[in-house]
Design a protein around this ligand. Structure first.
Ligand code: TPP
Ligand code: MG
Length: 605
């Protein structure tokens, strides 16, 4: 095949492709060996980005590109992953990036497809995860539009729908401009602070026959690697503060999935004898049963130990912590501590989205990614007399009570998983951070980023896709509300043979909001007994295992007794190890951890 890109640009290192997935949806050879249409040029650029997959739901607005991927690229590099909803397509790209740190692609139809995708894009944006979204518009040239449909599916500024929560967008007007836009989209998305980018391809431009061949370019030279470095002056200042600290605390936030960087964070904490706080909103950043880890990781609420450590700290080092100002407020405040912030996040903020959180007090700002700053800090601190790192024995997690709770679910699942390297790709809002220790950066991937319920299943499918063949078991724990909103993403996993276990912590309720209604009732002195109305998902109960089976997954449950949990999980894990998607419906008592419940039902701020 000759193309608008030279071979050396196309043959750079590709992620290992999975043979079972690659065998799916094979086209008959189309015999196309040169770019002939505008969309062929865009497809060439997509291949130069080195993205293995493009998750999509189809639409006529990009039928040109669709044809180019199938008949010009032969449906490989990228291979299409058909999704039943645009929210799933984007969530799958999100989950893939959570594991690899790299952008995958997603394609969505004009207007309505992008509208479906918006929440998932917002989730990825708040999670600082890269992805390249390709969209389309009916012909911009009104003369070329089909009656009615091309008019309703054309907008003057489609990017405006998502501009507040994407890093960059473009609507290129020619094939050469489209090539440039796709390369720029990949480059910007993958450069820290990472995030989604969007390229809107005019249907007319896609379908236009090329008058002349587009001159080849060396694509890699248009996407130079970007490395941010720590300012030596700021590193020295930070190291001086930390060296002198008596009660240093590290807030270990958004960091990479790299094991070497993980080990360096442990070395830094041990060098400083600093207490470390981690957050369930983001992927594992520090061993949670290390003696220096303060309490269990929290999500909505800090553990009492973490709050105490933050209040007592004299120097606080944030490694791109998600919400420094809010965390300080939740901990009860600390007016004396000096703050060191390591982050590039301030380079991303815009006026639409406020996910930047409150303006934190910062005494020393180290403007780079934590993976870069931590070794620099270690070097600047130099060796020290080894601190006595206190040892900590974490008591085995023991759920209490006879009723089946999320804690019972977690304990039995942990036992069933045993020694297998496991990645928790998602957890329910009811999850107890004490239930499952993390020892590796891939042990836990964090939350959905933007608090958009329904992301759990799709993100988990994307993570499982990236983990396929790695020897790690992908396990998701989803709330029933979350599962029900995203359940059709399981079909994509089943169709492409992406093994995954999803356990549903099924409290038959949008329970989070029961606690909000309880809080309002308390504040207004009204009956809290009514908190369930408009929240409970029962009468009839939904057969979640049947919904899983309907997507081609194995469905188990509902499990209603503690004694049946472990054996059912064992069967489901066996199914996943045999290459299947398995779902276990576990009927749990509604309830959150004590600190979260206390926080959510208090009557004052
Ligand atoms: C798209 C979306 N709709 C509504 C909400 C508000 N909301 C937050 S948590 C929640 C309940 C989620 O239910 P489930 O996943 O079953 O978890 P549970 O609270 O029951 O453990 C809802 C409706 C949201 N965050 N996102
Ligand atoms: Mg629920």
């Amino acid at each position: 095949m000759t193309s608008s890109l030279p071979d050396d640009a196309k043959n750079n290192a590709q992620p290992a492709r999975d043979a079972t997935i690659a065998a799916r949806d094979r086209p008959v050879p189309a015999g196309v060996n040169a770019a002939q249409y505008g969309s062929d040029v865009a497809a060439d650029a997509l291949r130069a980005l080195d993205v293995p997959y493009i998750a999509l739901n189809p639409g006529a607005s990009y039928r040109g590109l669709h044809d180019s991927i199938v008949n010009y690229l032969g449906n490989e590099r990228p291979q299409m992953l058909l999704c039943l909803h645009e929210e799933s397509a984007v969530a799958i790209a999100h989950g893939y990036a959570k594991i690899t740190g790299k952008a995958m692609a997603a394609a969505v139809h004009s207007n309505v497809g992008l509208m479906h995708a918006t929440m998932a894009i917002f989730n990825a944006w708040c999670d600082r995860m890269p992805m390249i979204i390709l969209g389309a518009t009916g012909p911009v040239d009104t003369v070329k539009r089909r009656p009615w449909i091309d008019w309703i599916h054309t907008a003057r500024d489609q990017g405006a729908l998502i501009r507040g929560y994407t890093k960059w967008d473009d609507q290129p007007a020619s094939p050469t401009a489209a090539r440039e836009a796709v390369l720029r989209a990949g480059w910007i998305a993958n450069t820290a602070p990472r995030g989604p980018t969007y390229v809107n391809l005019d249907a007319g431009m896609q379908e236009e026959k090329l008058a002349d061949a587009v001159a080849p370019i060396d694509a890699q030279r248009f996407m130079p690697e970007v490395k941010s470095a720590a300012s030596p002056e700021m590193v020295t200042k930070a190291a001086d503060l930390l060296r002198a600290a008596k009660f240093p605390v590290i807030l270990a936030g958004r960091v990479s999935r790299d094991l070497g960087a993980w080990n360096k964070r442990v070395a830094l904490a041990e060098r400083l004898a600093a207490r470390v706080v981690t957050d369930l909103k983001i992927g594992a950043s520090f061993p949670t049963d290390h003696a220096l880890h303060a309490g269990a990781p929290g999500g909505t609420a800090l553990s009492p130990e973490a709050a105490e450590a933050i209040r007592a700290a004299d120097v606080i080092l944030s490694l791109d912590w998600v919400d420094m100002a809010g965390t300080l407020k939740s901990a009860g405040g600390n007016t004396v501590a000096k703050f060191v912030q390591v982050s590039v996040d301030h380079r991303l903020h815009n006026g639409w989205s406020m996910d930047y959180q409150g303006l934190p007090r910062v005494d020393v700002m180290v403007d780079c990614e934590p993976d870069v700053a931590v070794p620099a800090l270690l070097a600047a601190l130099g060796p020290a007399k080894p601190h006595l790192v206190p040892t900590k024995t974490v008591a085995p997690f023991k759920p209490t009570g006879d009723k089946l709770t999320v804690d019972h679910l977690a304990a039995a699942l942990h036992r069933a998983v045993g020694d297998r390297p496991t990645s928790l790709t998602h957890i329910s809002l009811s999850w107890n951070g004490a239930a499952w220790p993390f020892h590796h950066p891939l042990d836990f991937l964090g939350g959905d980023g933007g608090g958009g319920v329904g992301g759990g299943p799709g993100i988990s499918v994307g993570a499982a896709l990236a983990l396929k063949g790695s020897g790690r078991l992908p396990v998701a724990v989803c709330g029933d509300g979350d599962f029900l909103m995203g359940v059709t993403s399981l079909w994509t996993a089943a169709h492409y043979h992406i093994p995954l276990l999803i356990v549903v912590a099924n409290n038959r309720s949008f329970f989070n909001d029961e606690l909000h209604q309880e809080r309002v009732a308390r504040m207004r002195n009204r009956p809290i007994e009514n908190r369930w109305i408009g929240q409970r998902i029962s009468e009839p109960d939904i057969d979640l295992a049947a919904m899983a089976r309907a997507q081609g997954a194995q469905g188990f449950g509902p499990v209603t007794a503690v004694r049946d949990l472990e054996a059912t999980f064992a069967k489901a894990i066996a199914a996943v190890e045999a290459g299947q998607v398995a779902v276990v419906d576990v009927r749990v008592e509604p309830g959150y951890t004590a600190p979260v419940t206390a926080m959510m039902t208090r009557t004052s701020d």
